[in-house]
Write a protein that binds this ligand. Structure first.
Ligand code: GSH
Length: 226
């Protein structure tokens, strides 16, 4: 099975050949690397993966993502990279002039890794369990119980982020970074957005600040239009 590569110039007016290829699907964490590509302003191509049709499980896609998940990315040299947080961190580090990651010798860089892994490994995993309880346990009652417990865990986990963001404009070192983009991506998955805003006003403020950025808006428009 071959994928249709959309070489539409997504990065503004630059008439250049794409260097990155992002494999994406609506409603997934591909929004985060897409927003970062837009922030950085490098040319890229998009390949939409039809997860409903099971395209992500096919042999062709598994050459890009061996575990068959979205997102994944081909780097300019053609090598694949998967795990949304790794893609975000790599893009941020590849363009230090854009300031999306703190300097490598700065302690804030360590904090950035901490929050990216917490968001991706802990919160993302909880949302996955909440939305796809059937992948974790059989039986309707068991799934309902798992979801209820996961909702409690989500509250506990966001409280950790919230305590860190209190009185700070951004999550890491008081400057915008890939962690804020990742936070906004994950926060949008919360099943009750009003409750989220009420419980976690600082995290909500970060998500809203990210949503004001033109790069985010271009990326979100693509995700939402699909
Ligand atoms: N840890 C991975 C998780 C990727 C993941 O679970 N992606 C979901 C979409 S949010 C997916 O591909 N689901 C399709 C499936 O599992 O069938 C990442 O951050 O990239």
């Amino acid at each position: 099975m071959d994928f249709e590569v959309d070489e539409t110039e997504m990065a503004g007016e630059r008439p250049v050949k794409p260097t990155y290829t992002l494999y994406w699907a609506p409603g997934t964490a591909s929004l985060a690397p897409l927003a970062i590509l837009e922030e950085v302003g490098v040319p890229y191509a998009l390949v939409r993966i039809d997860t409903r049709a099971g395209e992500h499980r096919g042999a062709a896609y598994r050459k890009v993502h061996p575990y068959g998940k979205v997102p994944a990315m081909l780097l300019p040299d053609g090598r694949p990279l998967f795990e949304s947080a790794a893609i975000c961190l790599h893009l941020g580090e590849a363009y230090p002039q854009c300031g999306l990651v703190p300097e490598s010798r700065n302690h804030d860089r360590a904090r950035l890794y901490q929050w990216m892994l917490f968001l991706a490994g802990t919160l993302y995993a909880s949302y996955h369990r909440w939305y796809h309880a059937e992948q974790y346990i059989a039986g309707e009652a068991e799934q309902a119980a798992l979801k209820a417990r996961t909702e409690e865990m989500l509250i506990e986990q966001w409280a950790v982020v919230e305590a860190q963001s209190a009185r700070r404009e951004w999550l890491v070192g008081n400057r915008f970074s890939v962690a804020d983009i990742y936070l906004a991506t994950i926060a949008a998955w919360h099943p009750d957005q009003a409750d989220f805003a009420r419980r976690f006003p600082e995290s909500q403020a970060i998500a809203e600040a990210v949503a004001e950025r033109p790069a985010w808006q271009r990326a979100a428009a693509l995700h939402e239009a699909s």
